[in-house]
Design a protein. Structure first.
Length: 388
């Protein structure tokens, strides 16, 4: 009997794992709580690293996305009220782009279309997992499908559903640090063309990121203390655009229009450990990062791809056993830890408006612009994680 890996969660991380496994000839059963196609119109912007593009190319998905993605050729990093700034350019590091911006819906649709090309991937849509039981020989998933509770067991269950609570899985605990900050996300049109430049602007309120998205628009990620974000969230569009210009400055000219605005609380959260007997947790379910450096989603994609390589190199009889789980954790620990520490460091450094700290930040940005080896190392880590 062919062993099957069960994946709980059919979003981009779960779907990437399913495709990577099928490319290795490994059968997959995937449980997705949403209906098929329900996310295709989701316009939330995802920032993909160049390394994530490489993964999607290997899986035959990128060719469907290339024309929908907006490349980032440069990243302009600056601090309000300071002359210090740094510019990262793809051409300086022999890369076609530093990253890409595309919608969650476009990526989900491309992955779903790739899934149907493989007979070895069995997807259950509108199948909501209600319980996961790790055990010594198999893990068992209980799920609600077509108004009936059903169960599936496997030598290896992978939880890739970032929205699921893990409080009921024995042996796994979650550590969480709430920043007391919210992120406001939207799409804005600016007076000047973006020229494929992304901006990261550090202000006393918090970081403001503008990511090129489409021919003339930017995706906006504006973070700050919850009460400050609530205040700008309540503004009428014209007042909001004026306030954004006040915080961001003139680099893209005037802000002409803004789309629907959404907010969500920011936190650093991670599981310890990310495994239990015959169970692995990956992606946003395993770790959640502040969006300041755009690392979270890309770390999750690397989780999926590297877990697939680990599974393929392990005899099916040993799937989910201690030796395999420890090997996976050791392989991913450095990448995940660096991502968590790096984003937390940036938040703490750039959310402090003490004059001496502000001066140090400006000087650091100026020094970074002159230190080419450090910039090259930073680009490699942002693109490929700990293996960069």
């Amino acid at each position: 009997m062919t062993e099957t890996v069960v994946i709980v969660g059919g979003g981009p991380v779960g779907a990437t794992l399913a495709l990577a496994l099928q490319h290795k000839g490994i059968a997959v059963t995937m449980l997705e709580a949403r209906s098929k196609g329900s996310a295709y119109q989701d316009q939330r912007a995802l920032a993909l690293s160049y390394g994530s593009r490489v993964i999607l190319e290997k899986l035959g998905v990128w060719e469907k996305l290339d024309h929908q993605a907006t490349g980032i050729s440069s990243i302009h990093i600056s601090q309000r009220g300071s002359f210090g700034r740094s510019i990262l350019k793809a051409k300086d590091h022999d890369l076609p782009d530093l990253g890409y911006v595309l919608s969650y819906g476009a990526l989900t649709q491309a992955l779903d279309e790739a899934l149907v090309a493989f007979n070895g991937i069995n997807v259950f849509y509108e199948a909501e997992a209600t319980n996961i039981d790790p055990a010594s020989e198999n893990a068992r998933v209980t799920f609600n499908y077509q108004a009936n509770l059903q169960q599936v067991t496997s030598k290896l269950v992978v939880l890739a559903d970032g929205g699921r609570s893990l409080a009921d899985i024995p042996g796994i605990s979650r550590q969480t640090k709430m920043y007391g900050h919210d992120a406001l996300v939207s799409k804005v049109e600016c007076e000047l063309p973006h020229n494929n430049i992304a901006y990261e602007r550090f202000t006393p309120m918090g970081p403001v990121a503008l990511l090129p998205n489409g021919a003339r628009n930017f995706s906006l990620v504006w973070t700050g203390k919850q009460e400050e974000v609530a205040q700008v969230m309540s503004l009428e569009d014209d007042a909001f655009l004026h306030q954004l210009h006040h915080h961001f400055g003139d680099r893209v000219g005037r802000f002409l229009s803004v789309g629907k605005r959404l907010t969500f609380p920011l936190k650093l959260s991670y599981l310890s450990p990310v495994t239990a007997p015959h169970l692995v947790v990956i992606g946003n379910a395993a770790q959640t990062m502040h969006p300041v450096a755009g690392q979270g989603f890309n770390v999750g994609l690397r989780d999926a791809y590297e877990l697939a390589q680990q599974i393929a190199s392990t005899p099916p009889a040993d799937w989910g056993r201690d030796s395999m789980l420890q090997s996976y954790q050791e392989g991913r620990k450095k990448d995940t830890k660096r991502g968590l520490m790096f984003t937390d460091f940036l938040v703490n450094l750039f959310s402090n408006d003490i004059l001496a700290v502000s001066g140090l930040r400006g000087m650091s940005l100026g020094m970074l612009d002159l230190a080419k080896p450090i910039k090259s190392g930073l680009i490699r880590k942002m693109s490929f994680g700990s293996r960069g």
